[in-house]
Design a protein around this ligand. Structure first.
Ligand code: ATP
Length: 335
């Protein structure tokens, strides 16, 4: 497999801010790759470095094996879909989608043919005559996608493209985006702060924290084998147990994570266990989550199926245990 985009020790500083701090990554051709992290962690700056809207302060970027150094945005084989869609409100949908082709000097008949084909791809065939204001949020999002796809880029950069949509529509668009990406075989580089979104769509995810990548892995590995405290905490819900309590359980002070759904009610003679007091119960619909307050002051989250025979009462004493193999040892930070 070929490499679509490669960062070698790339940094981008703004004054004293290390927006991107020595990032190295290889994104493969045809991959759905997400950059996941909290606000300000450097994801958008990475995307802008690939697009050519930013220049690296240090390091090297390669796009399909060619150095991006000094290459203007329009000479890079990448296209960006922005969160605000950036559609022209006075132009109809077909002209919006065909605009990039017009700039390239492609004749009207041909650009309308290609624009119509791009609209078909996003299930908006026949909508060309409408104005953006006559479309729903989800439809506008698809138009923005069609406008990028019409250029037949090998790499599509998507910056929180579903951020403006409500939850139900977002989930529907997630499925559509994923299916479209697989069908077209284009490399998608997708920026999001939503871990559920990243896990559900991506082949691999890079987790960003303060300008650095803490881990690059498949969604399954990120969830089951987080390498750092930050990743365990940011991806899904994890109990991160450290210090004296960690030592009491494992015999060492290295922090570890155990997922709430791995924890079982009751005592065990062979597995790690904890005794505490039920401090809170959150009803989540399909399950409930119980907060167990242990004597050292920490709270440990435990997931309970709602058909559990016994739901303990708040204030009652409770013993829980979990399989040894479900504990993951963590590093404090990425090495
Ligand atoms: P968000 O999810 O909020 O978009 P992000 O992870 O994409 O966040 P970036 O936009 O890449 O984060 O910003 C990373 C850091 O760099 C932030 O501290 C931000 O304030 C800073 N930064 C980004 N662009 C500039 C700029 N042009 N000038 C100064 N600082 C900047």
């Amino acid at each position: 497999m070929h490499i679509a985009v490669e960062f070698q020790q790339v940094s981008r500083h703004f004054g004293g801010v290390r927006a991107v701090d020595e990032v190295s990554v290889q994104i493969m051709d045809g991959e759905f790759f997400s950059m996941l992290g909290p606000s300000g962690s450097g994801k958008t700056t990475c995307l802008r470095l690939i697009a050519g809207f930013e220049q690296a302060s240090a390091g090297a970027i390669f796009i399909h094996g060619v150095s991006a150094q000094g290459l203007p945005p329009y000479r890079r084989d990448v296209n960006t879909v922005f969160q605000d869609y950036a559609l022209f409100p006075h132009m109809n949908i077909l002209d919006n989608v065909a605009y990039g082709l017009k700039v390239k000097g492609i004749g009207q008949a041909e650009r309308y043919r290609q624009a119509e084909a791009a609209l078909e791809m996003v299930a908006l065939g026949g909508f060309g005559a409408r104005k953006p204001g006559q479309m729903s949020g989800g439809q506008r999002q698809r138009v923005a996608l069609a406008r990028a796809l019409v250029n037949q880029p090998r790499v599509l950069l998507l910056d929180e493209p579903l951020g403006a949509l409500d939850l139900k529509l977002r989930e529907q668009m997630q499925s559509e985006l994923k299916a479209l990406q697989k069908q077209l075989g284009i490399t998608f580089i997708y920026v999001t702060h939503d871990q559920g979104e990243a896990l559900s769509m991506s082949d691999r995810v890079a987790v960003f924290n303060q300008g650095k990548i803490e881990q690059i892995d498949t969604p399954k590995m990120l969830y089951s084998q987080p390498k750092t405290v930050f990743v365990a905490d940011f991806v899904g819900t994890a109990n991160v147990i450290r210090g004296a309590l960690a030592e009491q359980i494992t015999g060492a002070t290295q922090p570890f994570a155990v997922r709430p759904e791995q924890i079982r009610l009751g005592a065990s003679t062979s597995e790690p266990q904890l005794i505490g007091q039920v401090a809170d119960i959150h009803y989540l619909g399909a399950s409930s989550r119980l907060a167990l307050q242990v004597s050292s002051g920490e709270r440990v989250w435990v997931t309970l199926a709602n058909d559990s025979a016994v739901i303990p009462a708040i204030g009652s004493a409770l013993t829980v245990h979990w399989p040894k193999h479900s504990m993951v040892l963590l590093n404090e930070a990425a090495s």
